[in-house]
Write a protein that binds this ligand. Sequence first.
Ligand code: GDD
Ligand code: MN
Length: 377
Amino acid sequence: MNEAIRPGLETAKQATALPVLSVVVPTFNERDNVTKLYRKLEAALDGVAWEVVFVDDNSPDDTWDVVRALARQDGRVRCIRRIGRRGLSGACIEGILASSAPYAAVMDADLQHDETQLPKMLSLLQSGQAELVVGSRYIEGGSADSFNRSRAGASALATEVAKRALGVAIADPMSGFFMIRRDRFEQLAPQLSTQGFKILLDIVATAHGDLKTVEVPYTFGSRLHGESKLDSMVALDFLGLVLAKFTHDVVSLRFLLFAMVGGTGLFVHLGTLYVALKLFGLPFPQAQGIGAFVAMTSNFILNNFLTYRDQRLKGFAILGGLLAFYLVCSVGLFANVGVAFSVYDKQPIWWLAGAAGALMGVVWNYAMSGLFVWRKR
Ligand code: GDD
Ligand code: MN
């Protein structure tokens, strides 16, 4: 062993206190729940060397501040306060990677997940019976009665799609409650999506069946305080994950949405052209120019609300973004026409040349918009 990292006598003594289990808890506006969860963990994990890592996205209700207070009293409590970022999956990934315990669990802060299952989950991992243990609502002994009917239906449908499209074999791939062996997680981590909510599905799909998994039943409780952060956009998010995994990360949902928005732009363009020509009697070149202008503007607005919802430009930044978008699209138009011409030159098939040009245009616009308009900060 390298001399520099050989444990000294002191550190060797401390080694007994090193955590075996890291419980990672993503939080957003959970200030009334975190202390209760901490107490419950303390009771449930009696006799286990554990730690809890709260990953808070700078909650407006100052959840992180409550966690800091706990951490000052108990070294097993840790707090990661992330600024300028949102996202459940990313928070979980970051929390797991910020710890070094050989086993990591993920659970909600709101007491919906049954912490008394943790010792059992841990022993399944420690005994080598599993590399991943999932708290499941959908096997004998588990339940999700606290779900309202529409959410229960949506959850069941998503589970079915995931199973069929991705060949995921577990009963509850949407669960937000699981425990995994660190070394296996570290192997998969670089391929996981930091966007979205479905981290477990992502882990299971990315492992392609090569992850010994056991499910334990639990009852999905009612949220203690506050409200669910998962809105209807989770459906979109879910489809994006299925699509990306299904195409081995070739097609992203973002690209698909961007292309669809581009498609709506065509109709906006033609509609505007019609109005400008027929109702206002403008000459064709002007009408065509106005059509393109209106279409680019509506594309920008739709992309800002849908495609780049998570990085939405706000306030003054909208103006800068819009100008950059006009510029990107104008160059994209040249690329489009250029490619169409050169294809038509070799193969005078109008629809082939047109489609090649349009594809070039949308790929260009997408790539450049990601760089210059909705740039990741
Ligand atoms: N850091 C961070 N950032 N945490 C977040 C964010 C975020 O953007 N959004 C939500 N959270 C935290 C919440 O504070 C909570 O502790 C946990 O993530 C889950 O969010 P909830 O709002 O409680 O979701 P839910 O109860 O509707 O859905 C849960 O249960 C489902 C079924 O098991 C989640 O665990 C889902 O992933 C799960 O599918
Ligand atoms: Mn919850």
